[in-house]
Design a protein around this ligand. Structure first.
Ligand SMILES: NC(=O)N[C@@H](CC(=O)O)C(=O)O
Length: 404
């Protein structure tokens, strides 16, 4: 297949100023991640906008949405503009900042949602991720506010009173290990409440990192009723289960926690039938001091950007149409990123990635572009490798190496 490009846009044959021959590689629209932690400003030892952009490009992404739980929190126009500018300077993927819903993620007062929406960063997705917007009145107000510009509230669904002291999924394994559990109902009760609030307000709600079979069922029913809810699942919740906590290796500690095989199967089914709209990485880099310690003291979170596509291929098979929808078209639509997610045809921006489906590679934590090493896939042999990535016709990854 040949892709003809002019001024960063795909054109008809004969109009190009540049030609890319895909050879035997699979061409996918540039992947879009709705849930990335870039850690800048504040924890540049764990990740920066530049290092995270490198990891993203190597993973086949052309756009990432940067979560707001930085330090300072991205709760003002000033901070979201800073992150946006850093993304432009890195120039490897489009970095779209997510704004906090509440000031300082404290869950008490609404942040400057309108100012962030009107800023140069043009924020459309708001999230207190890492924290649940727990107060139902505040959640209602946030939904009402963003409805005016068809924005979306991305909820980290966790009833904090049910997860106090929680270290892992509440079930047979937590009982056996003697660790406090994070019950499925802590997630499901917030999702149930919030789909009703979204229905009441008529605004868009997005559920971050869905992890339980019960959550999938609530979202399925809400969609059947016409409620404007979308949902994401992470690669790790599609593959890994709670028994891994038995190793006491904190690389497996994550929020929400790894669940049961039954949950994994329900998440896969939900992703296939469209109940779950997208795969989002929840790329959560942590410095060694925060991760290479005892389980109880370790921060939750796992790397995801550089392995997401391979895990998707591993879980879904080489279903390129499904992968292109769940990892590019649908997340671009939810985040209102008009220049991403389009099919590769004349008129679309030349954002794409070329993948060798036959390649297998071994995950080496210190060989990744991320500044942190907390991948749960160390030593695993994964299918599918990103060979080249293009952003507006410019190569960001060439022969598996980032160009900047
Ligand atoms: N997903 C995670 O396990 N961690 C996230 C925040 C969070 O959701 O706790 C992080 O920022 O590290």
């Amino acid at each position: 297949m040949k892709i003809y490009i002019r001024d960063g846009v795909i054109v008809e044959k004969g109009q190009e100023d540049r030609l890319v021959d895909t050879g035997g590689l699979v061409a996918l629209p540039g992947l879009v991640d709705l849930h990335t932690h870039l850690r800048e400003p504040g924890r540049e030892d764990a990740e920066t906008v530049l290092s995270g952009s490198r990891a993203a490009a190597l993973g086949g992404f052309t756009a990432v949405c940067a979560m707001a739980n930085t330090s300072p929190v991205a709760d003002t126009a000033g901070v979201v503009e800073q992150v946006y500018r850093l993304g432009q300077e890195a120039g490897l993927v489009d970095v779209q900042p997510i704004g906090a819903v509440t000031v300082g993620l404290a869950g008490e007062r609404l942040a400057e949602l309108g100012a962030m929406a009107d800023s140069r960063a043009r924020v459309r997705v708001f999230s207190d991720d890492g924290h649940c917007v727990h107060d139902p009145r505040l959640m209602r107000r946030a939904l009402e506010y963003v409805k005016a510009f068809d924005g979306v509230i991305a909820q980290h669904a966790e009833e904090p009173r049910l997860t106090e002291g929680a270290q892992m999924h509440e079930g047979t394994e937590s009982a056996r290990l003697g660790l406090t559990g994070w019950p499925a109902v802590a997630e499901e009760s917030i999702i149930a409440r919030d789909v009703l609030l979204a229905a009441h307000v008529g605004a868009r709600l997005h559920i971050c990192h869905v992890s339980t079979a019960g959550s999938v069922e609530i979202i399925r029913q809400a969609k059947a009723r016409g409620i404007r809810v979308t949902a994401e699942v992470t690669p790790h919740h599609l593959l890994l289960t709670h028994e891994l906590a038995g190793s006491y290796d904190p690389v497996y500690k994550v929020n929400p926690p790894l669940r049961t095989e039954r949950d994994v199967n329900a998440l896969r089914e939900g992703l296939r039938d469209g109940t779950i709209d997208i795969i989002a990485t929840d790329h959560a880099p942590h410095a060694a001091e925060d991760k290479e310690c005892e389980w109880a003291y370790a921060r939750p979170g796992m790397l995801g950007l550089e392995t997401a596509l391979s895990i998707a291929i591993h879980v879904l098979g080489q279903d390129w149409e499904l992968i292109a929808d769940r990892m590019s078209a649908a997340p671009a639509r939810i985040a209102q990123l008009a220049n991403h997610g389009q099919p590769l045809r004349p008129g679309s921006p030349a954002n794409f990635t070329l993948v060798d489906p036959a390649a297998r590679w071994t995950v080496e934590p210190h060989g990744l572009a991320s500044l942190s090493h907390n991948t749960p896939y160390a030593g695993m042999v994964l299918p599918g490798r990103v060979v080249h990535t293009y952003l507006r016709g410019e190569q960001t990854v060439a022969d598996g190496k980032v160009t900047k």
